[in-house]
Design a protein around this ligand. Structure first.
Ligand code: PEP
Ligand code: MG
Length: 576
């Protein structure tokens, strides 16, 4: 009998492979007295040798996937394993105390890391304490023969099973081998879920018990379409899912045919479909997705993929690559949205009780204007190479927006005066993610060229439900009549002032929400590249002239999300 694990469907597709559990093994050990210290010293030397080989492999992988900056940390680890002072102290302890290798390695590591941590006036040396602990963990894992999991070492097809997956873990996933992702924590709009869609890896999140129900090496079927996983499936289940996987592939092939077609409804109304990206590495997927532009470039990933603030030139190169590769199609780049679940360790942001309600996004940019101005200069310079729009995340008040615009104008003027070429028109927009911005949309609409509705945050703030917390996922309700009313208010307010409205939250690619949003007159739908063709296919089947009535009925006549869903399903069945 297979074990069934249910969770939240986070990324479409079906993956079947062996489980790779990303869970640290138990590295506890007994302190023992030994009769042959030299044997312990030899055992330790052997463990160090394997550690070096392993670190070199991880470093090579990091170099290939993430670049030289990310790989540097492993040089520090390699230097640490081979540190002669450290080795001598451990060997002396084994000889003098006749203790086992594990005890000596751990004792000396504790002393070294305590000493480094005490250097309060030297942040660099303090950070090395973490390296000593990391390296010791690795050496211990080899002494105890309980290997640590490491995504960089995956070289055969796997379904990654993990308690949590941070955005930086997700950035290391190799699409060639990772056939699925199964996570205990998280919701559909947590950033690991969004990244798995970008990488086109099927994913189920928020299972609560995947890591405790699945053993490393078991066969797992991961059904990202329905939010289910089966461990150790029987032959019938395997055959059934193999069939479903091939049906899904066939459906995708049909959607593929729409790649170069315009996005028009059955009755000839045009809509704009764009894609969301994190870094220029996502551009190839966008180019083959049929997207008509980029509606959201989450620039913070450039900051997260580095161990220091990216320079103006590094950012310029990334933004320029995006506009050039999109070849005249619009590209909207959002200024840094760090904070919430997107940490930047090298900035040492304060630990907060409520990070999603705290110091993040534009709030940081307006305080750390050095960082903000550098980013704006890079963006303004890149605007000379294509159709580039800039938008500000997490705007709550007009004062914030005006301050951001003033800083933008100052940097633009300086660049123009210095003779730097800039785009003729750089469109400026803001995200609508905070209920206050949505309610006050009429006022904001007068001061920007476009809105982009960030429903991932707008929903979490409207329902007061953490987007990454699977226990409150039931409150992620994109079809709730009140939320639809709020979105409709934003769209109508914008249109009264000639401001266009995009949506770049996950709701924009939600197949139940799309007909409602079309009915409200949303101008642009920006989504994971993988959802673009599926959405174009849906739009082609709908009669747009009937959809404003649908949206009105959902907002005015329904009381629950389920009622709205039923209404949309009924219409889709009658038109599809
Ligand atoms: C959103 O909040 O909907 C959004 C698109 O931004 P992010 O998911 O990066 O917070
Ligand atoms: Mg957001």
């Amino acid at each position: 009998m297979s074990t069934k694990i249910t969770g939240i469907a986070a990324s479409d597709g079906i993956g079947i492979a062996k489980a790779y559990t990303l869970v640290d093994p138990d590295l506890s050990f007994e302190k023992t007295t030994v009769t042959d210290p030299q044997a312990e010293i030899d055992r330790l030397a052997a463990a160090r040798k394997i550690t070096v080989t392993e670190l070199e492999e991880i470093k090579a992988k990091a170099l290939e996937n993430l670049g030289p900056k990310e790989a540097e940390v492993f040089d520090a680890h390699l230097a640490m394993v081979n540190d002669p002072d450290f080795i001598k102290q451990v060997e002396d302890e084994i000889t003098q105390k006749s203790c086992n290798a594990e005890t000596a390695q751990q004792d000396v590591a504790d002393q070294f890391s305590a000493m480094l941590e005490a250097m309060t006036d030297n942040a660099y040396m303090q950070e090395r304490a973490a390296d000593v602990r990391d390296v010791t963990k690795r050496v211990l894992s080899h002494l105890l023969n309980r290997p640590l999991p490491n995504l960089a070492l995956v070289k055969s097809p796997v379904v990654v099973v993990s308690h949590d997956l941070t955005p930086s873990d997700t950035a290391q996933l190799d699409r060639q081998f990772v056939k699925g992702i199964l996570v205990d924590l998280g919701g559909r709009t947590s950033h690991s879920a969004i990244m798995s869609r970008t990488l086109e890896i099927p994913a189920v999140v928020g299972t609560e018990n995947a890591t405790t129900s699945i053993q490393d090496g078991q066969t797992v079927i991961l059904d990202g379409l329905h939010g289910v996983a089966l461990a150790e499936p029987d032959e019938t289940e395997l055959a059934d899912y193999q069939q479903q996987a091939s049906d899904f592939a066939e459906q995708k092939a049909l959607w593929e045919k729409l790649k170069d077609e315009p996005t028009v409804s059955k009755d000839g109304q045009s809509f704009m479909l764009a894609a969301n990206i994190g870094t220029p590495a996502d551009l190839p997927a966008v180019l083959k997705s049929g997207a008509e532009g980029i509606g959201l470039f989450r620039s913070e990933f450039l900051y997260m993929d580095s161990d220091q603030l990216p320079s103006e030139d590094t950012q310029f190169a990334a933004y320029k690559a995006a506009v050039e590769q999109m070849d005249g199609k619009p590209v909207v780049i959002r200024t840094m949205d760090i904070g919430g679940d997107k940490d930047l360790p090298y900035m040492q942001l304060p630990k907060e009780m409520n990070p999603f309600l705290g110091y993040r996004a534009i709030r940081i940019s307006l305080k750390r204007q050095d960082i903000f101005r550098t980013q704006l200069r890079a963006l303004i310079r890149a605007s000379a190479f294509g159709d580039l729009g800039i938008m500000f995340p997490m705007i709550a008040t007009l004062e914030e927006l005006r301050q951001a615009k003033t800083i933008f104008n100052e940097e633009k003027t300086k660049l123009v005066e210095a003779g730097v070429k800039v785009g003729e028109t750089i469109k400026l927009g803001m995200m609508i993610e905070i209920p206050n911005a949505a309610i006050f949309a009429d006022h904001f609409a007068k001061e920007v060229d476009f809105f982009s509705i960030g429903t991932n945050d707008l929903i979490q703030y409207t329902f007061a439900a953490d987007r990454g917390n699977e226990r409150v996922f039931y409150l992620y309700q994109p079809y709730h009549p009140s939320l639809l009313g709020l979105i409709n208010h934003v769209i109508k307010a914008a249109h009264r002032h000639g401001t266009s409205v995009a949506m770049c939250g996950e709701m924009a690619g939600d197949q139940t929400a799309v007909p409602l949003l079309m009915g409200m007159g949303l101008d642009e739908f920006s989504m994971s590249a993988t959802s673009v063709l599926k959405t174009r296919n849906l739009m082609k089947q709908l009669d747009a002239s009937t959809l404003s009535d649908l949206a009105e009925a959902a907002i005015n006549d329904c009381e629950t999300s389920d009622q709205v869903k039923a209404l949309v399903e009924k219409l889709k069945t009658s038109q599809g």
